[in-house]
Design a protein around this ligand. Structure first.
Ligand code: SF4
Length: 483
């Protein structure tokens, strides 16, 4: 009988990809995925430590599982990913019903750990196993050739019958930047760049299998550079050109997340020159104040960031750019926050992910800088920046009304209807006639090449296809269209 696996993923795209690879491996061992957590044979949480909120959710899930474990003593519970790496022994102490802890640098060994825990009928403690640290700073000399995690990426299997059209492909693991507020360099270890041929082969395999969009992943994806044994280097720009040439049938190639300091003009030119690379950048600014950027150890000034955005727009006038910000970083003054507001107003981002600073244990910022901006001030700054970005989103989206755009249809949606009256300050060119849709049509959601979300009504058979639609109305976060 097949064993049931419940796998829940928190955090970034890197975790989504890790979960997909873990799932593939466990399926090969005879597991089938279930949505019912409390009666599963194996429960895995793939966790994120970047924000406290994501950790709290996992703690609460683990608390809820205490009872399920009492009813079903053979249930195996595992915490994988960044929390397993960072909290390790603490997690076992707080939640003794956890059987497995496995950091992101050890995931190739997870199937063996699950197998052992399932077979071990001894005491709860005897079943416990933990693997962390192999891929962290403790082995900072790791080279791609010794990187057993490469086998995890290479093990990727998929069936065209799944119907999946979008895929992530990792090009770089880890991060060497040590932004002062961030745990990732400690949980995911040093940067390791995958051999270009392995990446190209993986993208080709996905394209041959019917995928229409591939997103290259790295914590600082544009820092990719692979040193070949013969001394040659493949840069990020080289890699983009090579993938683009090797996969002429792939309609969309993207990459996230970019690091401002690492962007070469060549990489931007590659985006401009290769027609199937989407003109979209997610490039976190984090702050508009040079002093705060220095405290964050970001390695660039606000002017350098603005220059990069201007260069990208000169080369690709249609580019959509998204950013991240942290407000209320220790010692941030109102004036410094206003510099962030000014940068946001200048850049007119497609969207921004805006967070109030919260100290993460073990980071430089948590150890050195008291969290001295009052919560109330953080909330006010957060709301002010959200409101500004909301207005920019509304303006950007309203300007798209009337345009025809290509979208990749991702699935069914349940987004609010398009506005029938003018929304806020934006004059929307929405036709006020009542929308009528055939009975077999549903609301579907697609994404433009610039990552804008588009809702429209059509037959669900359109899911997984590239379509050209006409934008008829806009809200702050959504465009509405008709086929
Ligand atoms: S670049 Fe900075 S914020 Fe991004 S993962 Fe690396 S340390 Fe964290």
């Amino acid at each position: 009988m097949k064993r049931r696996l419940y796998l829940e993923t928190f955090g970034c795209q890197m975790n989504v990809l890790d979960s997909e690879l873990v799932l593939n491996q466990l399926r090969a061992m005879g597991y089938e995925q279930t949505d019912t957590r409390d009666t599963a044979d194996v429960v895995l949480f793939n966790t994120c430590s970047v924000r406290e909120h994501a950790e709290q959710k996992v703690w609460s899930r683990l608390g809820e599982l205490r009872e399920a474990r009492q009813t079903n003593p053979t249930m195996v519970i595992g915490v994988i990913g960044c929390m397993a790496e960072r909290d390790s022994a603490d997690l076992f102490r707080k939640f003794p019903h956890i059987d497995i802890l496995c950091g992101p640098g050890e995931l190739d060994r997870l199937p063996g750990m699950v197998h052992n825990a399932v077979l071990n009928t001894g005491t709860a403690r005897a079943r416990q196993s933990a693997l962390m640290g192999k891929n962290t700073r403790r082995s900072a000399t790791l080279h791609a050739a010794e990187d057993t995690l490469e086998s995890l990426d290479l093990s990727r299997s998929f069936s065209p019958a799944d119907g999946t059209k979008q895929a992530y492909v990792r090009i770089t693991r880890g991060c060497n930047k040590f932004c002062s507020y961030c745990v990732v360099p400690y949980t995911r270890g040093p940067e390791v760049h995958r051999p270009p041929q392995n990446i190209i082969d993986e993208v080709k395999k996905l394209t041959d299998g019917g995928h229409l969009e591939v997103t290259l992943l790295g914590q600082t994806v544009n820092h990719y550079h692979y040193k070949h044994p013969d001394g040659r280097t493949t840069s990020f720009a080289d890699l983009l050109y090579q993938i683009h040439e090797a996969t002429p049938h792939l309609p969309r190639l993207r990459f996230v997340t970019s690091f401002p300091r690492d962007f070469s003009r060549e990489a931007l030119q590659a985006m401009r020159d290769c027609s199937r690379i989407c003109h979209y950048l997610h490039i976190p600014a984090q702050s508009g104040s040079d002093r705060i950027l220095r405290m964050m150890n970001r390695g660039y000034s606000a002017d350098q960031y603005l220059e990069l955005i201007d260069t990208a727009r000169q080369l690709m006038p249609d580019i959509a750019i998204a950013s991240d910000f942290i407000v209320g970083f220790p010692t941030e003054t109102d004036d410094e926050f206003q510099q962030t507001v000014a940068l946001t107003a200048h850049c007119r981002f497609k969207n921004s992910f805006i967070f109030k600073y919260s100290p993460r244990p073990g980071t430089h910022a948590q150890e050195r800088y008291p969290d001295d901006v009052p919560e109330e001030v953080k909330r006010r700054r957060n709301n002010e920046l959200l409101a500004l970005q909301g207005n920019i989103c509304a303006d950007n989206n309203a300007a798209m009304v009337g345009q025809s755009v290509e979208i990749l249809v991702e699935g069914e949606g349940s987004l609010a209807s398009p506005p029938t009256v003018d929304a806020g300050h934006v004059e929307l060119a929405w036709e006020k006639k009542k929308q009528k849709h055939p009975a077999d049509h549903k609301q579907l959601i697609g994404r433009t090449r610039g990552d804008q979300i588009v809702a429209f009504h059509a037959d669900p058979s359109q899911i997984g296809k590239l379509l050209t639609v006409k934008i008829t109305a806009a809200r702050q976060m959504t465009l509405f269209a008709e086929c």
